[in-house]
Design a protein around this ligand. Structure first.
Ligand SMILES: [Ca+2]
Ligand SMILES: [Ca+2]
Ligand SMILES: [Ca+2]
Length: 744
């Protein structure tokens, strides 16, 4: 307890230092004859790509265009990794176009001075770790912090940080969260102070919700903008029409097709907020029941708290107004059945003064291991008016013994970030990922933590869906105050796969006593492929691939967009083989309409039309796509039925002649589809496997069925994959690709 009080003192001092800094002269941008402060804004959106601001367009219109508030946007990259629906520009040239599209879109809702950091939008990634590496470490966070300190936004809105989304979105969100936490701390990015910058503390932080259930505030778009005299949804549609390179001009209509509210999740607030917010600005820029200037924060000693154990919770209130607050009372509300100690006598709080109350809360023995809300409230009088406010945080009560699946590296990396930034409650108990291979036992590590005072032992209770079985024991033993790593083996059989599918995502849970942890098992196909003794001729005739190993996929193996009507609409049977020099893939595709709308000089971005993709992780250990080769081909182009191969979405994109010397592709039209053959040189891959090795290898089929498709148009309707998981799984998470062993 002594230790923990010591820590409180440190954080109280830090909080005081922080508020003192915030009250210093906020820079001198206004100190001119005109008195104009061009830099100060009320709100800022931080995203990774031009058009990431698309979820806040109508809200910006409401506050800036109509409300007279000021806002700006930071976009970390030019979005040059995206497609180009308007021309042939790629790379930095496309980035310039996309930045201009964003300037035009934002200017229509009153935001005229966005910032572009110019970080590289490289190939598609789902990895925060890879993004950080490609962006040269975390230095860019200070670039974000600098702009926050110069522009001084009370409210920051950003994206979603969770693993499984675009890696650059994850990093934009992390940077925004760090800026919210630390831009007011002179010790953070300290070199900037030499530029004459004053630390600035933002007051509220919102994320785009990860799911509808995460949304805490909805801003309507079906009412009329008094400046534009049309609905916010319509104004949003017109503004976003500017994102032409992303094809938004083909989907955005006037009037808008829908007028859905824009939704946000409140992640951090240093000011009082109402239980059901209706504005992002209240408490920070505009007054609610509490005047602007009052800060109220509630911080538990830790997010995870022991059942039945008293945990300190600090409530800090700062009177940043110009008037004294009289008869001030502060209290802390907990869920029913919890014990709270600590009370605050009525007192006076002078302008500039900070009052800190420390409560202790104790969760009852039967409290659920879920986010539990702690609400701090204050009441006071100011100039004979009653003022009041509330703010809340969450804790998660845990029993003494807790067993959790060891997370994959990406989930673990996110958890470290969340712990460091005090945002663990945002994703709660994020389900970890367990890749399991059909027909093989897989070792799973379970962390068993004992917060109690006596040793604990028992059996881990695993709840497994049909087709998954526990091999051997699940016994654990863990000393008091220790964490033990327990190894269990899970085996997946073909019975785990839904009818017609080659892969599956299945929920799995793990219990010890009253505590349950959940994970998603990703059940992956596997295949041993033969070394071919006769080199197949790459001519589209599959007869010479007959010795290869067999596989297939059909409409149930959908991961992208609309399920095909039938096997005749989209399906295939494939053959895989290899020799010392090459990996061979032969595929017999069923597709009732083969579109040939890609020009021969525009061979890139496979998902736009009928195409086949082959993703290879030559070590089987890749954490991201930087160490993989992703081959692709269109079976035909506007020049006729002749396949054109390229690399797409890996670290060396472009036509195969330049990016994979020695690669060959060939196709022939068949009854109801086409046949296609690939020869991919091992030498073109980042590393070269040898006979007996197991690699990651996924096959993907895209289908679009538009007969009169415009040249180059994106007609994508369906995406099938051998290992098929919605969003990124097939493409950018190599640990979810099928396991292929090179037979000896
Ligand atoms: Ca052949
Ligand atoms: Ca089709
Ligand atoms: Ca088609």
């Amino acid at each position: 307890m002594k230790n923990s009080l010591g820590r409180w003192m440190t954080s109280v001092l830090a909080a005081l230092a922080c508020s003192a800094a915030a009250q210093a002269e906020p820079g001198s941008y206004g100190g001119t004859v005109s008195g104009l402060d061009l830099m100060d804004v009320d709100m800022m959106f931080i995203g990774a790509h031009p058009d990431d601001d698309g979820g806040v367009t109508a809200t910006l219109a409401r506050y800036v265009l109509d409300g007279g508030h000021k806002a700006t946007v930071i976009t970390l990259t030019g979005g040059e990794g995206g497609g180009n629906a308007t021309g042939t520009e790629t790379g930095r040239a496309l980035g310039l176009i996309r930045e201009e599209e964003e300037r035009r879109s934002l200017s229509m809702v009153g935001v005229t001075s966005p910032h572009f950091l110019g970080l590289r939008d490289f190939y598609f990634t789902l990895s925060a770790e890879e993004t950080e590496k490609m962006w040269g470490g975390q230095a860019f966070v200070c670039d974000v912090v600098r702009i926050v300190r110069v522009r001084r936004p009370e409210v920051i809105v950003t994206m979603w940080p969770g693993p499984g989304t675009h890696g650059q979105h994850q990093m934009a969100t992390r940077a925004a969260t760090l800026a919210y936490n630390y831009a007011g701390d002179a010790k953070y990015c300290p070199a900037q102070l030499k530029e004459g910058i004053v630390p600035f503390t933002p007051l509220k932080l919102y994320y785009y919700p990860g799911s509808a259930a995460d949304a805490t505030v909805k801003i309507p778009t079906d009412d009329i903008s008094r400046t534009a005299r049309i609905r916010y949804a319509d104004l949003k549609s017109i503004a976003q029409f500017n994102y032409r390179s992303q094809g938004w001009d083909t989907t955005n209509t006037l009037p808008a097709r829908a007028a859905n509210p824009e939704t946000f999740m409140l992640v951090g607030s240093r000011v009082p907020v109402s239980e059901q917010e209706t504005s992002l600005l209240t408490g920070a820029v505009t007054a609610g029941t509490s005047p602007v200037g009052v800060r109220l924060e509630v911080r538990p000693d830790s997010y995870e708290i022991g059942l039945g154990r008293a945990t300190p919770v600090q409530v800090t209130l700062t009177n940043g107004t110009k008037l004294p607050m009289a008869a001030l009372r502060v209290n802390l509300d907990t869920p029913t059945g919890w014990r709270v100690t600590g009370s605050s006598p009525a007192r006076m709080l002078a302008p500039g003064e900070t009052y800190t109350a420390v409560f202790t809360v104790t969760a009852p023995a039967d409290a659920k291991a879920e986010n539990m809300r702690l609400t701090a409230r204050y009441t006071a009088t100011q100039a004979d008016q009653q003022i009041l406010g509330r703010n809340a945080t969450f804790v998660r009560p845990l029993p003494a013994v807790v067993a959790t699946f060891a997370p994959t590296f990406d989930v673990a990396g996110y958890q470290v970030f969340a712990r460091e930034t005090g945002t663990e409650w945002v994703t709660g108990s994020l389900a970890t990922r367990l890749p399991l291979v059909v027909g093989q036992p897989t070792d799973i590590t379970v962390n068993v933590t004992n917060r109690g005072t006596t040793a604990a032992s028992g059996q881990l209770e695993l709840k497994l869906p049909p087709g998954l079985t526990l091999v051997g024991s699940s016994q654990y033993q863990v000393a008091a105050g220790a964490t033990a790593q327990v190894r269990v083996q899970l085996q997946a059989s073909a019975a785990a796969l839904p009818t017609g599918r080659q892969s599956a995502l299945l929920p799995v849970s793990l219990s010890t006593g009253g505590f349950t942890d959940s994970a998603n098992a990703f059940v992956l196909p596997s295949l041993t492929i033969p070394r071919l003794t006769t080199e197949p001729k790459i001519d589209g005739d599959l007869k010479d691939m007959a010795a290869g190993a067999d596989g297939s996929m059909g409409p149930e193996d959908l991961w992208w967009r609309t399920k095909p009507d039938s096997a005749a609409d989209a399906s295939n049977a494939f053959k895989l083989g290899y020799d010392d020099q090459y990996l061979y893939v032969g595929m017999s595709v069923k597709d009732e309409l083969v579109a040939c709308n890609i020009a021969p000089n525009d061979v890139k971005a496979q998902l736009r039309s009928d195409a086949i993709g082959i993703t290879v992780d030559p070590t089987g250990q890749s954490r991201d796509t930087s160490t993989t080769l992703q081959a692709a081909a269109f079976p035909c182009t506007t020049a006729g039925f002749q396949a054109r191969g390229f690399r797409d979405a890996d670290a060396n994109q472009g036509v195969m002649e330049e990016t994979a010397p020695g690669m060959q592709v060939a196709s022939v039209k068949s009854e109801g589809g086409y046949n296609i053959e690939f020869r991919i040189p091992w030498a073109a891959m980042p590393t070269q496997p040898k006979a007996g090795d197991t690699i990651g290898l996924n096959l993907v089929m895209y289908d679009g069925d538009q007969a009169d498709a415009r040249v180059g148009a994106n007609i994508s309707q369906s995406g099938l994959a051998w290992s098929s998981f919605s969003w990124g799984g097939k493409q950018a998470l190599p640990y979810l690709w099928p396991r292929v062993t090179l037979g000896k």
